[in-house]
Write a protein that binds this ligand. Structure first.
Ligand SMILES: [Zn+2]
Length: 358
């Protein structure tokens, strides 16, 4: 995947503000992109989007899961013609909520500011600069929507619209190359409020039980991973360790890519900064693994307690697409790839017995 292919997709998605439960605009953009590329897409009854590219239906399905929302404010009720009570949904530390911080009320992109904190969990007043034409339903931080600078994708909601862009880019690439694959993309809602969308998918019959589920995220840059050093095979999150065989499969696929193309880079790490959807799928019985790219200004928490746009490395995001497309193509070799290590260990055991006895 070249930056030229990924960039326009990421830009289209990141320019659509979204908050938990208010993903309509970005979901509509996803559906337009699918329509333009001839990808089958539908909504489940909870409003999650399922995109299918299945040219080899007999093969074991690979599910690519990302989420559409980003931390933001839900409007609870109107207090005065230009004043609303809102609840913030998502993980952001208290000292970022300073009165006067610029916000954008949606729909209509009405300029607004954060007002005083009210009683109750993460409840605030929001003050609009002018009376909106439509009743506001949610608000986002007034930050840059999307830019590419210095090899980085910069934008309010890299988490997880970069993941969403990666799902779409992978499906588009598999279709373009006429790959024989069985891939299902799941773009879920309200992940920032305890992955509720993913829970409804995991507990429904939308996905075949035999599917391998990969959660795609941007994840707070924590040692030992480094932004720009490649896509991260995420062995676990804050709550779980993911399936060892499935993780090894990804590692073998990544090693194969690097053998062919030395510029391809990848890392492997426990990303314990947050809990991702792989935990939800795994707890509901799916074999699950995860892939992510390192994220700067996680949840818009910039240095010195200032809100700021998030950023990721464009090269890392392209590498994520390359790894996902390769994993989809290699699904028929799953057993062979994960069997390499046990075969090597058995050979070593034979040698060990001879050598140690001697
Ligand atoms: Zn998040």
């Amino acid at each position: 995947m070249t930056p030229m292919d990924l960039r326009p997709l990421a830009g289209r998605l990141l320019r659509q503000p979204a908050a938990p439960y208010h993903e309509d605009a970005v979901r509509a953009e996803v559906e337009r992109i699918c329509g333009e590329h001839g990808l089958d897409c539908e909504r489940d009854r909870f409003g999650n989007v399922v995109v299918r590219w299945q040219t080899a239906r007999r093969r074991r399905p690979l599910v690519l899961a990302a989420h559409l929302d980003h931390p933001g404010f839900e409007i609870l009720r109107r207090l005065a013609p230009r004043r609303w009570l809102a609840r913030f949904v998502g993980g952001v530390a208290d000292d970022y909520f300073r009165a006067g911080v610029p916000l954008r009320l949606m729909p209509g992109a009405v300029p607004a500011r954060l007002g005083i904190q009210r009683a109750g969990e993460k409840r605030f007043e929001i003050l609009a600069a002018r009376p909106p034409d439509l009743p506001p339903r949610f608000a986002v931080w007034e930050l840059e929507d999307f830019a590419v600078r210095g090899g980085r994708i910069i934008g309010r909601a890299c988490d997880d619209l970069v993941g969403t862009a990666a799902v779409l880019a992978t499906l588009i690439e598999l279709k373009r190359s006429r790959a024989k694959v069985n891939v299902i993309g799941v773009l879920s809602r309200a992940e920032e409020n305890g992955f509720r969308g993913a829970l409804t998918v995991a507990a429904s019959r939308t996905l075949p039980r035999a599917a391998l589920v990969l959660s795609l995220e941007t994840s707070r840059e924590l040692p030992p991973v480094r932004m720009g050093r490649g896509v991260i095979i995420r062995v676990g999150d804050k709550a779980s360790v993911f399936d060892s065989d499935a993780t090894r499969f990804l590692q073998e696929v990544a090693a194969g890519l690097r053998a062919k193309r030395p510029k391809f880079r990848f890392q492997r790490a426990l990303m314990s900064g947050g809990t991702c959807e792989a935990t939800a799928y795994q707890e509901f019985g799916f074999q699950s693994a995860a892939v992510c790219v390192a994220l700067g200004n996680y949840h818009n928490c910039g240095p010195r307690r200032r809100l700021a746009a998030e950023f990721v490395s464009l090269a890392d995001a392209c590498g994520m697409v390359d790894l996902l497309a390769a994993a989809a193509r290699q699904m028929p070799r799953y057993d062979a790839l994960i069997g390499r290590l046990p075969r090597r260990l058995r050979e070593m055991l034979r040698e060990a017995r001879v050598r140690l006895r001697a």
